[in-house]
Write a new protein. Structure first.
Length: 254
């Protein structure tokens, strides 16, 4: 690997950390760059190295949010626990469930999520009336299971789906939804690594080098999100969802 490839990976990790900390979707940047820079490596090794880099940025963003705002732990922790289990199951399911059937469905769902967010300017700007704790807990387990499996199996857009779910079904504003999503995403990354590390599908040197830049990007993204609030997170969410749709649309049809 040349110095240009290394520089490309580090810059990609920086931007991925920033995007992921605000609105999810850092894999949109980091995974394609890894595929270009590491053409001889298997997809499993690319995904494992991506998760190693991402977990550090996600963890730091989660800590920064927790220090500055009250995280909705009653929602985030049950969702994270179930997401951990189901993300591992999703990673294991890759071997027998073709991803080609999943991509068009995800493309449609992302388009619906984006349309819903755009046509409702008030959506997620302010928190709504919270559900009862029992109902929140049940919904959190269901959301964690579905999104955790999806992140382990396929991945693109998982962070954005998590944020949308926390806004739509738990009535959080975008800032608090993003903070809760980081906790869940941390669990799914850990579960994926629990699958990839024992099987030797992680490039430790590259992954840890990228992690330092991913952390820097995540710290910047979390700082801007905390400073500018839900409107900034909502705007970034719309941009990231649009890019995800373009990328998945290209992969699906071309």
């Amino acid at each position: 690997m040349g110095s240009l490839d290394i520089a490309l990976l580090l810059v990609a990790a920086l931007f991925a950390g920033f995007v992921d900390a605000v609105a999810g979707g850092g894999g949109l940047i980091q995974v394609p760059t890894l595929l270009v820079a590491l053409p001889a490596e298997s997809p499993a090794t690319v995904f494992g190295t991506n998760k190693l880099s991402s977990i550090f940025g996600t963890g730091n963003a989660a800590v920064r949010y927790a220090r500055r705002i009250a995280l909705p732990w009653g929602v985030a922790l049950p969702a994270a626990a179930m997401a951990f289990v189901c993300s591992f199951a999703g990673a294991a399911a890759v071997a027998w469930l073709p991803k080609e059937f999943v991509r068009p469905l995800v493309l449609v769902l992302l388009a619906l999520v984006l349309a819903y967010t755009v046509v409702r300017p008030e959506f997620g700007v302010a928190a709504g009336a919270r559900l009862s704790k029992d109902k929140e807990r049940r919904l959190a387990v269901i959301a964690g299971a579905v999104l955790g499996f999806y992140d382990g199996f396929f991945g693109p857009g998982a962070g954005s789906f998590m944020i949308f779910a926390f806004v739509r079904w738990f009535r959080l504003d975008f800032l608090h939804a993003s903070s809760a999503a980081k906790v869940v995403n941390l669990a799914t990354n850990a579960a994926a690594l629990a699958y990839f590390v024992p099987s030797g599908h992680v490039l430790w040197g590259i992954g840890l080098a990228m992690a330092t830049f991913n952390i820097a990007g995540a710290l910047l993204g979390a700082r801007l999100a905390l400073r500018h609030g839900s409107s900034f997170v909502r705007g970034t969410f719309i941009v990231v969802a649009s890019l995800l749709i373009c990328r998945l649309g290209y992969d699906t049809f071309f």
